[in-house]
Design a binder for this molecule. Structure first.
Ligand SMILES: Nc1nc2c(ncn2[C@@H]2O[C@H](COP(=O)(O)OP(=O)(O)O)[C@@H](O)[C@H]2O)c(=O)[nH]1
Ligand SMILES: [Mg+2]
Length: 187
């Protein structure tokens, strides 16, 4: 079965742990006291595939809920290694998070082989995406944006997450097919 390592990165208190617990169906006390993640937490679960492209079954996901604290920067290379997808997550209502978010983007896109179509920007907000387009840092213009409002529309958040996981799987299988074609051409 396909197994994907997907990182969740971004500023402290953006809501990465809350989001990771929600999409992996881990019980958690939302709105409780903030407990910063130490280093990284790895959540393993299965995401069922929607029936498309003749595939069935599910995808094994290893979701890496990374600490937003820069004191763990020495671990970033290990986090980025062999990642298949990256979720950048922030709360645009906290202005200080935008510049920090950009530093996550520049490190993780340059240190991993993950392409823009294997990344998503998850925006924790109650506002609509079109209201946010002007505030989203330009570095994220080439990657998909997912609005996360777990309280009011958790089903949509889960559905968008599943679609994103599938899009990573599709991007990887297309890449494998292309690699095979290139090998045939070269031989
Ligand atoms: N009500 C509500 N609280 C949230 C949400 N996301 C995060 N929080 C709260 O905001 C604080 C920081 O969230 P956390 O997920 O730990 O942030 P992290 O540092 O990015 O992992 C915690 O107290 C969470 O309970 C959300 O979608 N709704
Ligand atoms: Mg956390």
């Amino acid at each position: 079965m396909l197994k994907l390592k997907v990182l969740v990165v971004g500023p402290c208190e953006a809501g990465k742990t809350h989001f990771s617990n929600f999409v992996s169906d881990q019980a958690e006390n939302a709105g409780g006291e903030y407990r910063p993640t130490q280093g990284v937490r790895i959540l393993e679960f299965e995401t069922p595939l929607t029936k498309s492209k003749g595939r069935s079954g599910s995808i094994d996901v290893e979701l890496w809920d990374c600490s937003g604290d820069h004191k763990y920067e020495s671990c970033w290379a290990a986090m980025a290694k062999d990642a298949s997808g990256i979720i950048f997550l922030y709360n645009p209502d906290q202005p200080s998070q935008s510049s920090d978010l950009e530093s996550w983007h520049s490190y993780f896109t340059s240190s991993s082989k993950v392409k823009p179509n294997q990344c998503a920007l998850v925006i924790r907000s109650q506002r609509q995406l079109y209201e946010l387009e002007d505030v989203i840092p330009a570095a994220f213009s080439k990657i998909q944006h997912i609005k996360s409002n777990i309280e009011e529309d958790g089903d949509t958040v889960k559905m968008e997450f599943t679609k994103f996981i599938e899009s990573i799987a599709n991007a990887l299988s297309e890449k494998n097919e292309q690699d095979e074609l290139n090998i045939v051409k070269e031989s």
